[in-house]
Design a protein. Structure first.
Length: 318
């Protein structure tokens, strides 16, 4: 009977413990992780045999992988990837490859993967990540961004992308409409581009859209020629490729004519076109409010108007 020394027993225990820790660490990884050694398969061809595989790899390939051959057992028969594995063995250099096409063993689909391969004393360590869905999402997002830019750049209105109250991007129509170069607004705070008296309602609209809701208001803006313009302000959430809000999209249209027409209609509703005085309805309404002692700021304005000589004549005419 052979007896082992205490040192040999302790060394074996330490090796076993390290192997357990190593296996546990591998199993915490979400990516497929394989350890490969170069060998000769049952067909007599040079092949890579799998010596270690984490749980993510077993789930990904849908089978037990230990002691299986990449090519002979149809685990990963990817010529581009195999060529890189051989190169790592020859050069001892780590490599990273992106967008490598392969056939998924379970889904039977052509997909894409990124992988890294690193030389080890026994062969090659490979970390494999399927990126098909991520690349598809990136392409869809890029398409949506391109459509957004196409619409924004050809829109008659101004389009702004705002993140945390800071303008990230402005459409070229900004220069056509207000005379400002789009890049001159990049990095500006929203507060800098609106009339101070209109900031509260603009801020409310931006805050609402940052929470995922559409909003609208009207506010004044100054052109590059120092002329104030009334703008229709529409805001909405800017969604990232995950569908989550990532800033605010603001659409701006000049509405000077609409505001002028509306103001004219309001004036005509209050004043007589012939005399320029308050009409009978507005005058009686003013008297009623005054009698009840409930004058608001607009009533005080009207009352001051009534003190002028022209309005005293109008009162006599009534």
């Amino acid at each position: 009977m052979l007896f082992r020394s205490d040192d040999e027993v302790a060394s074996e225990r330490e090796i076993s413990l390290r192997q357990e820790l190593f296996a546990s660490a591998m199993d915490t990884e979400i990516d497929t992780h394989l350890f490969l050694s170069l060998s000769i398969n049952m067909e007599g061809s040079t092949d890579f045999v799998i010596t270690e595989a984490n749980k993510a790899a077993t789930a990904f390939f849908g089978r037990d992988l230990i002691d299986k051959y990449l090519v002979a057992d149809d685990i990963m028969n990817v010529p581009d990837a195999l060529a890189e594995f051989y190169r790592v063995l020859e050069t001892n250099e780590s490599i990273r490859a992106e967008g490598v096409g392969y056939d998924h063993p379970l889904l039977g689909q052509s997909r894409l993967a990124d992988f890294t391969a690193t030389r080890t004393p026994q062969g090659v360590s490979v970390v494999w990540r399927d990126v098909t869905d991520a690349r598809r999402a990136e392409k869809e997002f890029a398409k949506s961004e391109e459509r957004f830019r196409l619409l924004a750049e050809n829109s008659t209105g101004i389009v702004l992308h705002i993140t945390e109250d800071v303008i990230e991007w402005a459409s070229p129509s900004l220069e056509r409409t207000l005379g400002w170069k789009p890049e001159s607004w990049h990095g500006k705070n929203v507060d800098e581009i609106f009339h101070p008296e209109d900031l509260d309602r603009v801020r409310r609209a931006v805050r609402s859209s940052a929470l995922g809701r559409d909003a609208m208001c009207e506010a004044r803006m100054c052109s590059a020629l120092a002329a104030n313009h009334w703008m229709s302000v529409r805001t909405g959430p800017y969604l990232d490729n995950s569908g989550l809000p990532s800033g605010v999209v603001m659409g701006l249209h000049v509405i000077d004519e609409q505001v002028a027409v509306r103001s004219d209609l309001e004036r005509r509703a209050r004043y007589d076109d012939l005399t320029g005085c308050l009409n009978r309805h507005s005058f009686l309404t003013l008297l009623g409010v005054k009698g009840k002692g409930q004058r608001d700021s607009r009533s005080e304005e009207h009352t001051s108007e009534l003190q002028s000589p022209d309005h005293l004549v109008c009162r006599l005419l009534l």
